[in-house]
Design a protein around this ligand. Structure first.
Ligand code: FES
Length: 326
């Protein structure tokens, strides 16, 4: 148990509780998103003591030196006086250009950005709603002259942020956003490498961006996209992806259904979990570059398996999607 001092009030941080959990339990509004140490939207500052090392993982060196820490990872080892920091990260205001359903629970959000915002397809941005809820979404299109970017928002039952986007955020409204973050994107080194892209659900978003970028930059090696879902309705953008298959000899696409597989799916979809289908297709991944995005458990298993099949660690890019329904 530790005492947290925050804005002239003291709060008890219970055994095994994080700073973020304590403050939220006390009904204090703190920006947060993933609660997994990924989105960095919950950064706070310790005023009087060094935060635990584990709470600074992934922060930049100058942030560490200022005792910044991720409140969702911080389990205090002693009493701490803490403060909010100015959320300089939300430096952009994007205008909503369009909202469109891609399937029953995935919404395409198209935003207009100014020229000061730059991105690589597959990177993610943090978005903030008026109640300080923050969520991370991957960019699924390539940079373009119109200066728009596209996100695929998964609408979860009782998901606060998705519900706000669906019901309240209208075309013409503005939304606060961070700069583009993350290293899950295409680069033009070793263009003869095979690219293996594997994703579940809205894990397709970064992969679709990476795929379009690789094709635009005339990637020379084979490219194979595997997209999986429990049922066929969970798969989307199939026509657009098939169009890319017909235009590019080096590109292959496999859609997988893991649960409710019907006779009419034969020839359209592969049966099975997407990573198992992908791994059974390729025995040797030596020299391949692998991008894997979506369900955290699938991402973890895939990272291990592709390494065991010969892919180099530095050629494995992963983006685990931690869903939050709050
Ligand atoms: S890093 Fe703490 S909420 Fe995402």
């Amino acid at each position: 148990m530790a005492i947290l001092s925050y804005k002239q009030h003291d709060y008890i941080c219970r055994e095994n509780e994080t700073v973020l959990d304590t403050l939220l339990r006390e009904n204090i509004s703190i920006p947060h998103g993933c609660r997994q140490g990924v989105c960095q939207s919950c950064v706070m500052q310790s005023v009087d003591t060094s935060p635990p090392d584990a709470a600074q993982e992934g922060l930049r060196e100058n942030q560490k030196q200022q005792n910044h820490f991720l409140s969702c990872l911080c389990k205090p080892e002693q009493d701490m006086e803490i403060d909010a920091i100015e959320q300089l990260d939300f430096v952009h205001e994007f205008e909503v250009l369009a909202k469109e359903m891609l399937n029953r629970d995935t919404l395409l959000l198209r935003l207009s950005h100014g020229k000061e915002f730059t991105f690589k397809s597959g990177q993610f941005i943090n978005l903030k709603s008026p109640d300080n809820t923050v969520r991370s979404y991957s960019i699924s299109n390539i940079p373009n002259e119109e200066q728009h970017l596209e996100l695929q928002i998964r609408l979860l039952p009782n998901g606060r942020f998705g519900s706000w986007v669906y019901h309240d955020l209208e075309v013409g409204h503005n939304i606060s956003a961070s700069s583009a973050l993350g290293n899950c994107f295409y680069n033009t080194e070793r263009q003869e490498q095979g690219l293996l892209l594997v994703g579940t659900g809205s894990g397709l978003a970064p992969l679709y961006g990476i795929l379009q970028d690789a094709l635009r930059q005339a990637h020379k090696g084979a490219i194979h996209l595997f997209h999986g879902s429990r049922d066929a309705e969970g798969l989307y953008l199939r026509e657009q992806i098939q169009q890319l298959v017909s235009e590019n000899n080096n590109f292959n696409y496999t859609a997988c259904v893991s649960g409710d597989y019907k006779d009419e799916h034969l020839g359209l979809y592969s049966q099975g979990r997407v990573h198992e289908v992908a791994l059974s297709t390729y025995n040797n991944l030596n020299g391949w570059r692998v991008y894997v995005c979506g369900h955290p458990e699938m991402v973890k298993q895939m990272q291990t398996q592709v390494f065991l099949k010969g892919a180099n660690l530095e050629d494995i890019y992963a983006d685990a999607f931690h869903s939050s329904s709050s």
